[in-house]
Design a protein around this ligand. Structure first.
Ligand SMILES: [Zn+2]
Length: 267
């Protein structure tokens, strides 16, 4: 009689997903793998990892950007993209000049292990923000958003119902002026979703101005309104194209934001 298969053996490997990020962090002195949050689920220990990239000084105040992925456990494409982004930042320091980039590649570790959108608690964590949620993942990420006062927040998703790229904008008006060129760059790898309605929201050229209550975003009523962008890739497209599209979008957002800041400082 064979032993019963342990459920854990069917789980996806957290270590394998994070290995490329850990490797770049160990090789680049500008990347700190620190500030992880630990929590317990059903007697097992989990961690929400955080990587901090500190760019060369750019002259003004350090521009702090938070990038969040895999809040839906079955969308790990963003984590793969963040490994490549860190690698690019390590090899091309001009890319991250003036920035402090806080990278959270795996916001829903139990959902990733199980291959589910929700966490193991059965909740969609991307509907839990700023409503006194007891979920440890949400509480940690809220405290990170509160503590660091980000100038920009970017979240990465992949959508298995979309045949093209699109994004949500919120917060500062300039969000749209960052997303548009980001999508244009990403179009080198994947088409844009140009439908007039996406996911039930009015969309123009792949840009949506609404969102769901409880999304991972800045606290309601924040004094400073950061730029906020959610990028969505078509999940059925080849992984490498999704990763290239996300990385080129993120690099464009950084470059454009720095350019707009330097113009603002000179006015
Ligand atoms: Zn998602």
């Amino acid at each position: 009689m064979s032993a019963p298969v342990r459920q854990a053996s069917r789980r996806r490997s957290l270590i394998r997903l994070l290995e490329p990020l850990d490797r770049v962090a160990s090789e680049c002195t500008r990347i700190l793998s620190t500030g992880h949050s630990h929590f317990e689920n059903d007697g097992e220990n989990y961690m929400i990892p955080r990587f901090l990239y500190i760019g060369r000084p750019g002259g003004g105040e350090m521009m702090r950007v938070g990038i969040f992925a895999t809040i839906h456990g079955d969308e790990p494409e963003g984590a793969v993209a963040l490994a490549r982004l860190l690698d690019n930042l390590a090899r091309r320091p001009e890319l991250g000049e003036g920035f402090g980039i806080f990278i959270y590649p795996l916001c829903n570790p139990t959902g990733f292990e199980d291959g589910t959108r929700t966490s193991r608690s059965g909740l969609d964590l991307n509907r839990e923000f700023w409503k006194n949620s007891a979920q440890p993942e949400v509480r940690f990420l809220e405290s990170e958003i509160n503590t660091h006062g980000f100038h920009g927040i970017v979240t990465l998703h992949s959508d298995d119902t979309s045949d093209g790229l699109y994004g949500f904008v919120r917060g500062a008006v300039l969000s749209e002026y960052l997303l548009e060129p980001a999508l244009r760059e990403a179009n080198r790898f994947l088409p844009r979703n140009r439908r007039s309605v996406i996911d039930g929201f009015v969309s123009r050229e792949g840009i949506i101005h609404q969102g769901y209550p409880g999304m991972l975003q800045s606290a309601p009523g924040s004094v400073r309104s950061p730029f906020e962008i959610t990028l969505e890739t078509p999940q059925k497209a080849p992984l490498d194209r999704q990763v290239s599209a996300l990385v080129s979008s993120l690099e464009t957002i950084l470059t454009e934001y720095r350019r707009l800041q330097s113009i603002a400082q000179n006015i």
